[in-house]
Design a protein around this ligand. Structure first.
Ligand code: HEM
Ligand SMILES: [Ca+2]
Ligand SMILES: [Ca+2]
Length: 301
């Protein structure tokens, strides 16, 4: 299907496509700096289970519980959805019924990553949007921090991603947040979970009230939380990886060499991350007569 995608897909039908997205994401990122991480995770949760088809953007109705209401997606931040909706609104004014929500999110994420220091890569266009979104179909298809590295490797390889690509993509955790419940089971300093002891104490303190306030969250990358860089990989060997799955990449001999490689060579990380993001952005896309151009990103036509 990817062969139908082209970088100049909208050059005649919507020549301002790239400009409109860039303006939207710039304004949004300046007013709400968490947007880049929010949109990146949203894109991963769209593409990885069932293809980059904007199925994750659809709202539930009285007749259908959509993907975004599956338990793993409930923590997807509103600002990721919002930046796509804003771009769609502007694009519908400029070129009605032309641009898919799945193309908007792919380009918005690419451009947002550049604003926080990440690498640029080309995005081919012409994706179409799903006509369905079912909560029940995604729950087992996304990774959890509690999964063993073998399980994560299987999950990625069953979608065509190598171990190296999985490690490179995990470098996305160089930005953004995690809620306390995603890692507090690790924070007990009595069991040897690989945390730097002072980091464990700090996390325990930060999350001490999280039972009462489940919105409390912590930076994924304590050193440079808002900058897209290779610090995530430098942190992990020091016991500063936040999630069990982050730390696990260093414990397992299959993934550890790539953590070490990316920790010492940021340009290798950027190169491999960009390549893996391009691959992710082609995963399971709908083209030609399949799918539809949604009028609203949150509802099937
Ligand atoms: C390798 C397996 C992975 C696991 C187990 C995992 C798990 C998680 C968890 C539990 C969170 C915290 C969510 C919250 O509390 O709100 C998170 C955040 C995040 N994840 Fe992952 N993730 C994985 C891979 C990826 C990949 C491949 C990407 C993108 C390419 C990604 C992008 C992000 C981003 C950007 C955030 C921060 C979101 C924000 O700040 O709003 N993750 N991840
Ligand atoms: Ca999808
Ligand atoms: Ca960082």
């Amino acid at each position: 299907a990817e062969s139908h995608l082209t970088v100049d897909f909208y050059s005649k039908s919507c020549p301002k496509f790239l400009d409109i997205i860039r303006e939207t994401i710039t304004n949004k990122q300046i007013s709400t700096p968490t947007t880049a991480a929010a949109a990146l995770r949203l894109f991963f949760h769209d593409c990885f289970p069932n293809g980059c088809d904007a199925s994750v953007l659809v709202s539930s109705t009285a007749f259908n519980t959509a993907e975004r209401d599956s338990s793993i997606n409930l923590s997807l931040p509103g600002d990721g959805f919002d930046v796509v909706i804003r771009a769609k609104t502007a694009l519908e004014l400029a070129c009605p019924n032309t641009v898919s929500c799945s193309d908007i999110i792919a380009v918005a994420v690419r451009d947002l990553l550049v604003t926080v220091g990440g690498p640029y890569y080309e995005i081919s266009l012409g994706r179409r949007d799903s006509r369905t979104s079912k909560s029940s179909l995604v729950s087992d298809l996304l990774p959890l921090p509690s999964m063993q590295i073998s399980k994560l490797i299987d999950q990625f390889s069953s979608r065509g991603f190598s171990v190296q690509e999985m490690v490179a993509l995990s470098g996305a955790h160089t930005i953004g947040f995690s809620h306390c419940k995603e890692f507090t089971n690790r924070v007990n300093p009595n069991n040897s979970t690989g945390y730097n002891p002072r980091f464990a104490v700090a996390l325990k303190k930060a999350c001490s009230n999280s039972k009462n306030d489940p919105t409390i969250s912590v930076f994924n990358d304590v050193m440079t939380p808002n900058k897209f860089d290779n610090m995530y990989f430098q942190n992990i060997p020091k016991g500063l990886g936040l999630l069990e799955s982050d730390h696990g990449l260093f414990s397992d001999p299959r993934t550890r060499p790539f953590v070490e490689l990316y920790a010492r060579d940021q340009s290798r990380f950027f190169n491999d991350f960009a390549g893996a993001m391009q691959k992710l952005s082609l995963h399971g896309v709908l083209t030609g007569r399949r799918g539809e151009i949604r009028r609203r990103c949150d509802a099937i036509n």
